[in-house]
Design a binder for this molecule. Sequence first.
Ligand SMILES: NC(=O)C1=CN([C@@H]2O[C@H](COP(=O)(O)OP(=O)(O)OC[C@H]3O[C@@H](n4cnc5c(N)ncnc54)[C@H](OP(=O)(O)O)[C@@H]3O)[C@@H](O)[C@H]2O)C=CC1
Ligand SMILES: Nc1nc(=O)c2c([nH]1)NC[C@@H]1CN(c3ccc(C(=O)N[C@@H](CCC(=O)O)C(=O)O)cc3)C=[N+]21
Ligand SMILES: [Mg+2]
Length: 284
Amino acid sequence: MSARLIDGKALSAHVRGEVAERVRTLKSQGVTPGLAVVLVGEDPASQVYVRNKAAACTAAGMHSRVIPLGADTPEGELLDVIETLNADPAIHGILVQLPLPGHIDTGLVIETISAAKDVDGFHVSNAGLLMTGRPLFRPCTPYGVMKMLESENVPLRGAEAVIVGASNIVGKPMAMLLLAAGATVTLCNSKTRDLGDQTRRADVLVVATGRPGIVSGDMVKPGAVVIDVGINRLESGKLVGDVDFDSAAAVASAITPVPGGVGPMTIAMLLVNTIEAAERTLQA
Ligand SMILES: NC(=O)C1=CN([C@@H]2O[C@H](COP(=O)(O)OP(=O)(O)OC[C@H]3O[C@@H](n4cnc5c(N)ncnc54)[C@H](OP(=O)(O)O)[C@@H]3O)[C@@H](O)[C@H]2O)C=CC1
Ligand SMILES: Nc1nc(=O)c2c([nH]1)NC[C@@H]1CN(c3ccc(C(=O)N[C@@H](CCC(=O)O)C(=O)O)cc3)C=[N+]21
Ligand SMILES: [Mg+2]
Protein backbone atom coordinates (compact mmCIF):
# COMPACT_ATOMS: atom_id res chain seq x y z
CA MET A 1 0.00 0.00 0.00
CA SER A 2 1.38 3.41 -0.94
CA ALA A 3 -1.74 5.56 -0.54
CA ARG A 4 -2.28 7.86 2.43
CA LEU A 5 -5.25 6.79 4.53
CA ILE A 6 -7.97 9.44 4.94
CA ASP A 7 -9.13 9.01 8.53
CA GLY A 8 -12.87 9.73 8.58
CA LYS A 9 -13.18 8.70 12.19
CA ALA A 10 -10.64 11.29 13.35
CA LEU A 11 -12.03 14.06 11.14
CA SER A 12 -15.55 13.21 12.32
CA ALA A 13 -14.46 13.56 15.95
CA HIS A 14 -12.94 16.96 15.14
CA VAL A 15 -16.13 18.18 13.40
CA ARG A 16 -18.31 16.88 16.23
CA GLY A 17 -16.11 18.79 18.68
CA GLU A 18 -16.74 22.00 16.73
CA VAL A 19 -20.48 21.26 16.79
CA ALA A 20 -20.38 20.73 20.58
CA GLU A 21 -18.85 24.19 20.92
CA ARG A 22 -21.66 25.74 18.87
CA VAL A 23 -24.22 23.79 20.93
CA ARG A 24 -22.81 25.37 24.12
CA THR A 25 -23.16 28.85 22.59
CA LEU A 26 -26.71 28.16 21.47
CA LYS A 27 -27.71 26.75 24.84
CA SER A 28 -26.39 29.90 26.53
CA GLN A 29 -28.85 31.76 24.30
CA GLY A 30 -31.68 29.54 25.51
CA VAL A 31 -31.93 27.12 22.56
CA THR A 32 -31.16 23.39 22.81
CA PRO A 33 -30.80 21.97 19.29
CA GLY A 34 -32.98 18.90 18.78
CA LEU A 35 -32.97 16.09 16.21
CA ALA A 36 -35.83 13.63 15.69
CA VAL A 37 -35.06 10.33 13.97
CA VAL A 38 -38.02 8.30 12.74
CA LEU A 39 -37.42 4.59 12.20
CA VAL A 40 -40.11 2.46 10.58
CA GLY A 41 -39.64 -1.28 11.07
CA GLU A 42 -37.04 -3.37 12.87
CA ASP A 43 -34.20 -3.72 10.35
CA PRO A 44 -31.17 -4.45 12.58
CA ALA A 45 -28.69 -2.44 10.46
CA SER A 46 -31.03 0.59 10.49
CA GLN A 47 -31.42 0.24 14.26
CA VAL A 48 -27.63 0.40 14.66
CA TYR A 49 -27.37 3.54 12.46
CA VAL A 50 -30.21 5.25 14.30
CA ARG A 51 -28.66 4.47 17.69
CA ASN A 52 -25.29 5.84 16.47
CA LYS A 53 -26.94 9.06 15.27
CA ALA A 54 -28.78 9.54 18.57
CA ALA A 55 -25.60 8.84 20.58
CA ALA A 56 -23.62 11.37 18.50
CA CYS A 57 -26.30 14.00 19.17
CA THR A 58 -26.25 13.38 22.89
CA ALA A 59 -22.43 13.46 22.98
CA ALA A 60 -22.51 16.90 21.30
CA GLY A 61 -24.99 18.16 23.92
CA MET A 62 -28.00 18.08 21.60
CA HIS A 63 -31.44 16.78 22.36
CA SER A 64 -32.33 13.68 20.36
CA ARG A 65 -35.60 11.83 20.03
CA VAL A 66 -35.95 8.46 18.35
CA ILE A 67 -39.45 7.56 17.18
CA PRO A 68 -39.73 3.83 16.45
CA LEU A 69 -42.78 2.79 14.44
CA GLY A 70 -43.94 -0.70 13.51
CA ALA A 71 -43.12 -2.09 10.06
CA ASP A 72 -46.83 -2.09 9.14
CA THR A 73 -47.47 1.53 10.19
CA PRO A 74 -49.95 3.05 7.70
CA GLU A 75 -48.52 5.83 5.53
CA GLY A 76 -51.04 8.33 6.92
CA GLU A 77 -49.88 7.66 10.46
CA LEU A 78 -46.24 8.33 9.50
CA LEU A 79 -47.27 11.57 7.78
CA ASP A 80 -49.10 12.61 10.99
CA VAL A 81 -45.97 11.95 13.04
CA ILE A 82 -43.96 14.14 10.66
CA GLU A 83 -46.53 16.97 10.80
CA THR A 84 -46.36 16.88 14.60
CA LEU A 85 -42.54 17.13 14.47
CA ASN A 86 -42.76 19.95 11.90
CA ALA A 87 -44.80 21.94 14.44
CA ASP A 88 -42.63 21.07 17.48
CA PRO A 89 -40.33 23.99 18.42
CA ALA A 90 -37.99 21.63 20.38
CA ILE A 91 -37.18 19.78 17.13
CA HIS A 92 -34.90 21.54 14.62
CA GLY A 93 -34.01 18.56 12.44
CA ILE A 94 -36.09 15.61 11.22
CA LEU A 95 -34.61 12.47 9.67
CA VAL A 96 -36.73 9.56 8.44
CA GLN A 97 -34.42 6.57 8.17
CA LEU A 98 -34.43 5.02 4.68
CA PRO A 99 -35.32 2.64 3.17
CA LEU A 100 -39.01 2.64 4.15
CA PRO A 101 -41.31 -0.40 3.86
CA GLY A 102 -42.74 -0.92 0.36
CA HIS A 103 -46.31 0.20 1.18
CA ILE A 104 -45.07 3.72 1.98
CA ASP A 105 -44.42 6.37 -0.72
CA THR A 106 -40.89 7.56 0.17
CA GLY A 107 -41.14 10.71 -1.97
CA LEU A 108 -44.36 11.78 -0.29
CA VAL A 109 -42.85 11.21 3.16
CA ILE A 110 -39.76 13.30 2.39
CA GLU A 111 -41.84 16.10 0.83
CA THR A 112 -43.94 16.21 4.02
CA ILE A 113 -40.89 17.10 6.14
CA SER A 114 -40.61 20.87 6.55
CA ALA A 115 -37.78 21.92 4.20
CA ALA A 116 -36.36 24.05 7.04
CA LYS A 117 -36.00 20.88 9.20
CA ASP A 118 -34.86 18.55 6.39
CA VAL A 119 -31.33 17.95 7.75
CA ASP A 120 -30.81 15.08 5.27
CA GLY A 121 -31.24 17.60 2.43
CA PHE A 122 -33.47 15.14 0.55
CA HIS A 123 -36.57 17.37 0.09
CA VAL A 124 -37.12 18.43 -3.56
CA SER A 125 -36.88 22.03 -2.47
CA ASN A 126 -33.46 21.42 -0.91
CA ALA A 127 -32.32 19.41 -3.95
CA GLY A 128 -33.39 22.33 -6.16
CA LEU A 129 -31.64 24.90 -3.98
CA LEU A 130 -28.43 22.84 -4.12
CA MET A 131 -28.69 22.49 -7.89
CA THR A 132 -29.20 26.23 -8.35
CA GLY A 133 -26.23 27.15 -6.16
CA ARG A 134 -28.10 28.31 -3.03
CA PRO A 135 -27.89 25.25 -0.77
CA LEU A 136 -29.81 25.29 2.53
CA PHE A 137 -28.87 21.75 3.68
CA ARG A 138 -26.22 19.75 1.81
CA PRO A 139 -26.96 15.98 1.95
CA CYS A 140 -24.79 14.61 4.76
CA THR A 141 -22.80 11.95 2.88
CA PRO A 142 -21.58 14.13 -0.03
CA TYR A 143 -21.10 17.03 2.41
CA GLY A 144 -18.87 14.75 4.50
CA VAL A 145 -16.90 13.75 1.40
CA MET A 146 -16.30 17.44 0.61
CA LYS A 147 -15.04 17.97 4.18
CA MET A 148 -12.62 15.08 3.75
CA LEU A 149 -11.30 16.43 0.42
CA GLU A 150 -10.93 19.88 1.98
CA SER A 151 -9.07 18.53 5.01
CA GLU A 152 -6.68 16.72 2.65
CA ASN A 153 -6.20 19.87 0.54
CA VAL A 154 -7.22 18.01 -2.60
CA PRO A 155 -7.34 20.51 -5.49
CA LEU A 156 -10.81 20.55 -7.08
CA ARG A 157 -10.74 23.53 -9.47
CA GLY A 158 -10.30 22.06 -12.93
CA ALA A 159 -9.90 18.54 -11.53
CA GLU A 160 -11.47 15.53 -13.27
CA ALA A 161 -14.00 14.12 -10.79
CA VAL A 162 -15.72 10.82 -11.60
CA ILE A 163 -18.61 9.55 -9.49
CA VAL A 164 -19.81 5.97 -9.80
CA GLY A 165 -23.45 5.77 -8.70
CA ALA A 166 -26.13 8.39 -9.34
CA SER A 167 -28.65 8.08 -6.50
CA ASN A 168 -30.59 11.08 -5.21
CA ILE A 169 -28.98 10.77 -1.78
CA VAL A 170 -25.31 10.29 -2.72
CA GLY A 171 -24.22 10.41 -6.38
CA LYS A 172 -26.32 13.30 -7.71
CA PRO A 173 -25.74 15.73 -4.81
CA MET A 174 -22.05 14.72 -4.86
CA ALA A 175 -21.92 15.81 -8.50
CA MET A 176 -23.46 19.19 -7.62
CA LEU A 177 -21.00 19.86 -4.78
CA LEU A 178 -17.95 18.88 -6.86
CA LEU A 179 -19.21 20.96 -9.78
CA ALA A 180 -19.70 23.97 -7.49
CA ALA A 181 -16.09 23.49 -6.32
CA GLY A 182 -14.89 23.79 -9.92
CA ALA A 183 -14.38 20.15 -10.87
CA THR A 184 -15.27 18.71 -14.26
CA VAL A 185 -17.77 16.03 -13.26
CA THR A 186 -18.63 12.67 -14.81
CA LEU A 187 -21.58 10.82 -13.25
CA CYS A 188 -21.72 7.08 -14.01
CA ASN A 189 -24.60 4.64 -13.55
CA SER A 190 -25.34 0.96 -14.19
CA LYS A 191 -25.64 1.62 -17.96
CA THR A 192 -22.20 3.23 -18.30
CA ARG A 193 -20.58 1.42 -21.22
CA ASP A 194 -17.00 0.93 -20.04
CA LEU A 195 -16.71 1.94 -16.42
CA GLY A 196 -12.92 1.62 -16.37
CA ASP A 197 -12.57 4.09 -19.26
CA GLN A 198 -14.34 6.65 -17.08
CA THR A 199 -12.74 5.89 -13.70
CA ARG A 200 -9.19 5.86 -15.11
CA ARG A 201 -9.58 9.56 -16.06
CA ALA A 202 -10.38 10.57 -12.49
CA ASP A 203 -8.19 12.75 -10.30
CA VAL A 204 -10.92 12.35 -7.69
CA LEU A 205 -12.93 9.11 -7.78
CA VAL A 206 -16.06 8.72 -5.62
CA VAL A 207 -17.72 5.29 -5.59
CA ALA A 208 -21.28 4.80 -4.26
CA THR A 209 -23.03 1.80 -5.78
CA GLY A 210 -23.51 -0.87 -3.09
CA ARG A 211 -21.53 -3.32 -5.29
CA PRO A 212 -18.48 -4.62 -3.41
CA GLY A 213 -15.32 -4.71 -5.53
CA ILE A 214 -16.86 -2.78 -8.45
CA VAL A 215 -13.71 -0.63 -8.63
CA SER A 216 -10.30 -2.31 -8.54
CA GLY A 217 -6.79 -0.91 -8.76
CA ASP A 218 -6.54 -1.35 -12.55
CA MET A 219 -9.45 1.14 -12.83
CA VAL A 220 -7.67 3.82 -10.78
CA LYS A 221 -5.34 6.45 -12.24
CA PRO A 222 -1.98 6.50 -10.46
CA GLY A 223 -2.04 9.27 -7.84
CA ALA A 224 -5.84 9.61 -7.78
CA VAL A 225 -7.78 10.30 -4.58
CA VAL A 226 -10.30 7.48 -4.00
CA ILE A 227 -13.40 7.98 -1.84
CA ASP A 228 -15.32 4.79 -1.04
CA VAL A 229 -18.90 5.51 0.06
CA GLY A 230 -20.10 1.91 -0.14
CA ILE A 231 -21.13 0.02 2.98
CA ASN A 232 -21.58 -3.70 2.34
CA ARG A 233 -21.95 -6.44 4.93
CA LEU A 234 -20.46 -9.68 3.55
CA GLU A 235 -21.86 -13.08 4.56
CA SER A 236 -18.77 -13.49 6.74
CA GLY A 237 -20.01 -10.46 8.71
CA LYS A 238 -17.14 -8.32 7.43
CA LEU A 239 -17.96 -4.71 6.47
CA VAL A 240 -16.44 -3.64 3.12
CA GLY A 241 -16.81 -0.75 0.71
CA ASP A 242 -17.36 -0.77 -3.06
CA VAL A 243 -13.64 -0.42 -3.83
CA ASP A 244 -11.21 -3.33 -3.76
CA PHE A 245 -9.11 -1.64 -1.10
CA ASP A 246 -5.74 -3.39 -1.43
CA SER A 247 -5.38 -3.08 -5.21
CA ALA A 248 -6.68 0.51 -5.26
CA ALA A 249 -4.46 1.61 -2.34
CA ALA A 250 -1.43 0.40 -4.31
CA VAL A 251 -2.01 3.05 -7.03
CA ALA A 252 -3.98 5.86 -5.36
CA SER A 253 -2.32 8.78 -3.56
CA ALA A 254 -5.01 8.78 -0.86
CA ILE A 255 -7.96 6.53 -0.06
CA THR A 256 -10.76 6.22 2.51
CA PRO A 257 -11.13 2.99 4.50
CA VAL A 258 -14.39 1.15 5.23
CA PRO A 259 -15.23 1.21 8.07
CA GLY A 260 -13.79 4.44 9.47
CA GLY A 261 -14.10 6.55 6.31
CA VAL A 262 -17.18 8.25 4.89
CA GLY A 263 -19.66 6.62 7.33
CA PRO A 264 -18.55 8.53 10.44
CA MET A 265 -18.43 11.76 8.40
CA THR A 266 -22.10 11.31 7.41
CA ILE A 267 -23.07 11.36 11.07
CA ALA A 268 -20.84 14.38 11.81
CA MET A 269 -22.43 16.38 8.97
CA LEU A 270 -25.91 15.44 10.20
CA LEU A 271 -24.99 17.20 13.45
CA VAL A 272 -23.64 20.19 11.49
CA ASN A 273 -26.92 20.48 9.57
CA THR A 274 -28.92 20.18 12.79
CA ILE A 275 -26.95 22.90 14.61
CA GLU A 276 -27.36 25.14 11.55
CA ALA A 277 -31.12 24.54 11.54
CA ALA A 278 -31.25 25.49 15.22
CA GLU A 279 -29.05 28.59 14.73
CA ARG A 280 -31.37 29.79 11.96
CA THR A 281 -34.33 29.87 14.36
CA LEU A 282 -32.48 32.65 16.27
CA GLN A 283 -31.65 34.58 13.09
CA ALA A 284 -35.30 34.52 12.00
N1 LIG B 1 -21.17 5.90 4.07
C1 LIG B 1 -22.39 6.41 4.17
O1 LIG B 1 -22.64 7.27 4.99
C2 LIG B 1 -23.44 5.97 3.23
C3 LIG B 1 -23.23 4.84 2.50
N2 LIG B 1 -24.14 4.42 1.59
C4 LIG B 1 -23.77 3.24 0.80
O2 LIG B 1 -23.42 3.69 -0.51
C5 LIG B 1 -23.82 2.72 -1.47
C6 LIG B 1 -24.76 3.37 -2.47
O3 LIG B 1 -25.91 3.82 -1.80
P1 LIG B 1 -27.11 4.54 -2.60
O4 LIG B 1 -26.57 5.68 -3.36
O5 LIG B 1 -28.19 4.75 -1.62
O6 LIG B 1 -27.51 3.33 -3.60
P2 LIG B 1 -28.64 3.16 -4.70
O7 LIG B 1 -28.88 1.71 -4.79
O8 LIG B 1 -29.76 4.09 -4.46
O9 LIG B 1 -27.91 3.64 -6.05
C7 LIG B 1 -26.87 2.91 -6.59
C8 LIG B 1 -26.32 3.63 -7.80
O10 LIG B 1 -25.22 2.86 -8.29
C9 LIG B 1 -25.42 2.60 -9.66
N3 LIG B 1 -24.86 1.29 -10.02
C10 LIG B 1 -25.29 0.07 -9.64
N4 LIG B 1 -24.55 -0.89 -10.23
C11 LIG B 1 -23.65 -0.25 -11.01
C12 LIG B 1 -22.65 -0.68 -11.89
N5 LIG B 1 -22.41 -1.99 -12.10
N6 LIG B 1 -21.90 0.25 -12.54
C13 LIG B 1 -22.13 1.57 -12.35
N7 LIG B 1 -23.09 2.04 -11.53
C14 LIG B 1 -23.84 1.14 -10.88
C15 LIG B 1 -26.92 2.63 -9.88
O11 LIG B 1 -27.16 2.89 -11.26
P3 LIG B 1 -28.64 3.10 -11.88
O12 LIG B 1 -28.99 4.53 -11.52
O13 LIG B 1 -28.44 2.88 -13.33
O14 LIG B 1 -29.51 2.10 -11.21
C16 LIG B 1 -27.33 3.76 -8.95
O15 LIG B 1 -27.20 5.00 -9.57
C17 LIG B 1 -24.44 1.58 -0.66
O16 LIG B 1 -23.42 0.64 -0.37
C18 LIG B 1 -24.89 2.25 0.61
O17 LIG B 1 -24.94 1.36 1.70
C19 LIG B 1 -25.30 5.13 1.35
C20 LIG B 1 -25.57 6.26 2.07
C21 LIG B 1 -24.70 6.74 3.10
N1 LIG C 1 -32.64 9.29 5.98
C1 LIG C 1 -31.47 8.67 5.91
N2 LIG C 1 -30.33 9.38 5.99
C2 LIG C 1 -29.11 8.77 5.93
O1 LIG C 1 -28.06 9.44 6.00
C3 LIG C 1 -29.07 7.34 5.78
C4 LIG C 1 -30.29 6.65 5.69
N3 LIG C 1 -31.46 7.33 5.74
N4 LIG C 1 -30.29 5.31 5.54
C5 LIG C 1 -29.08 4.54 5.53
C6 LIG C 1 -27.89 5.33 5.03
C7 LIG C 1 -26.58 4.75 5.45
N5 LIG C 1 -25.98 5.72 6.35
C8 LIG C 1 -24.83 5.51 7.09
C9 LIG C 1 -24.43 6.36 8.10
C10 LIG C 1 -23.32 6.08 8.88
C11 LIG C 1 -22.58 4.94 8.67
C12 LIG C 1 -21.42 4.63 9.56
O2 LIG C 1 -21.17 5.31 10.53
N6 LIG C 1 -20.64 3.57 9.27
C13 LIG C 1 -19.52 3.12 10.07
C14 LIG C 1 -19.66 1.66 10.43
C15 LIG C 1 -20.97 1.27 11.07
C16 LIG C 1 -21.08 -0.23 11.26
O3 LIG C 1 -20.18 -0.81 11.90
O4 LIG C 1 -22.06 -0.81 10.77
C17 LIG C 1 -18.24 3.26 9.26
O5 LIG C 1 -18.33 3.26 8.03
O6 LIG C 1 -17.18 3.31 9.87
C18 LIG C 1 -22.95 4.10 7.65
C19 LIG C 1 -24.05 4.39 6.86
C20 LIG C 1 -26.81 6.79 6.46
N7 LIG C 1 -27.89 6.64 5.72
MG1 LIG D 1 -27.08 11.14 4.26
